[in-house]
Design a protein around this ligand. Sequence first.
Ligand code: HEC
Length: 640
Amino acid sequence: MRRSQPFLVAALLDAATFAQASVPLDNFVLIDQNGTAQELYYQSDAKALVIIASDSSCGSTAADLERVKSLQKRFGADGARFMLLNSDPKTTRKSLRDYSVSQSADLPILHDDTQVISRALGLKATGDTLVINPGNWSVNWHGNLSGAHEGLAQLTKADASVALSSTAPESKGCALTWEPVESGLTYTADVAPILRDNCAVCHTTGGIAPWAMTGYEMVRGFSPMIREVLRTKRMPPWHADPEVGTFIHDKGISRKDLRTLVSWVEQGAVRGEGEDILAAKPVAWQDWPLGKPDLILEIPSYSVPATGVVDYQFPRIPNPLKKSVWVSAATVVPGDRSAVHHVLMGASELGVPVPEGRENVFDNYIIGYAPGNESAEMPEGTGVFVQPGTDFLFQMHYTPYGKQATDRTKVGLYFHKAAPKNFLRHTVVINPTIQIPPNTEASAQAAYFEFDKPAVVYSLVPHAHYRGKASKFELLLPDGTRQEVLNVPHYDFNWQRTYAFKEPLQVPTGGKLIHTTIYDNSVKNARNPDPERTVPWGLQSHDEMLYGAVSFAWVDETAAKPIHDKGLADTYQWVGFLDRNMDGRLSWPELPERMKKRLVQGFKMVDANGDGGLDAKELFALNKRQQAAQQPEQKTPPAR
Ligand code: HEC
């Protein structure tokens, strides 16, 4: 039997209390109809924020929307901002988007799929409206939409004598329907099992999280923060939009579990009877979660200063093996987790020297480590081929943290017993020409990679720095269809996730993988080191990157018959960021100055098929001709 909670705690923490006018609203993040993350506290520059409960299946919603539109017209210029809030878990992104398009609704429609936000806001029926004061996050006015102009006039200081045209009577609205939340939730019966399965791998003694879920007392102490990180989608650190794509090792939390955790906190974080499983059977942190490695490499130790910026380090380790191997998996164990920001690793190719100070980890890429991405397993039937006489290559990014530190990072490699069917290939969709404008809240930058042969795409890793706000990948097919395959609406620079598709993407010849990142270079981005700056590409975190790692295989390649041409793939890579209109070829205005100079033979001659643009194949052929003509020749634009 569930123990009933003490009355006082229940009264204090009852969901409705969280929405009381005098109490500032807690922050939240919800995804809108366009897949964009909307954060409450990000609206701090509005004079008033209006949130209206809405559901298009309710008859009065059309009238409500008309009213919202007239309020927008009336108060928008005075700094009022409007958002609809749909709390029907069964509603889909598509239906919200279709609705907003068909109604020309120019405002975000937030989807509260877990209902924890709408409940805490105390919303009861459609048309129920909150007028919020972003100055202190208090609810200035709460009632039916028909009266919202009162609260708005007060907050925006708009001329109240100008009466609102709409005098329509209060709309009836439809009662919001709630998925049931059990009362009397307890830590032992309801919460500890969820924490064990979703959180404790990291939140354990010796784990990567800053605090360990060692038992009830600890968890209760952190309970307000647990509620906060769940409401703002910070934890668990997965960050992929659940409505786009399905992924292996999905670390997202289910709606039901999220609701249970938040409701438990709001009900007073009661312990309950019985054993405390997190204390009795702690989840152990494992250095080698994939088992004992076949080979352990120790990266030469590096002394990280207490302060300053450390240049990227490119150590290398001669391959100690006497026989060729196929790498099937790898795990990185950072020596000093606070100092190691990330590690990228690959192997050189036999007979292809890698100049000192260059990492070239992408030619034979094995793993990219960052917290939460300790291990990489190659997709079934694939591996990375490493021959004797080569070097293991690393790119190390160290970040000083106030204390001198010595790092000794280790890498464990796992080998296939027998040769796999195919090579795992890698590319990065990058744009080193980005210029992110100053004082801009959302500037989009994009690039693509075109597959010139049929391919299977296994996984994606979006990467940006402090100004990265959201990131997405789309597949553009030769017939013009464009499909979202990964959406990370709330990018978090602390985390570098590998999103591996449950069903790998089949990409036909000419398919383009488009990577778009939105950057927030405004003062509202708390992590932004300098909003006044036009930010260029750069490896260090104060510069930016548009960078998306892609692992794939060529459909027509086998381990016995390699067809990958690195030079050609590199050409496709840089065409993919110079080609602004994404038509697959570079027109004269799209060519960078130094390339225009190189085209001594004339544009028309290089444009072999005479279509008015230079595609990757034509440019690659030009490069080869020029290399043959004048050795040694400078390499084409940087790989990264
Ligand atoms: C993959 C590892 C990982 C998982 C899984 C994980 N966390 Fe975390 N958690 C971290 C790390 C690392 C931090 C600190 C860095 C950050 O905030 O991103 C953190 C921070 C936190 C914080 C403190 C936030 C702060 O401001 O200091 C809370 C609370 C938290 N996590 C709760 C949870 C809960 C609840 C879950 C499960 C639903 C969870 N975490 C799952 C790694 C993890």
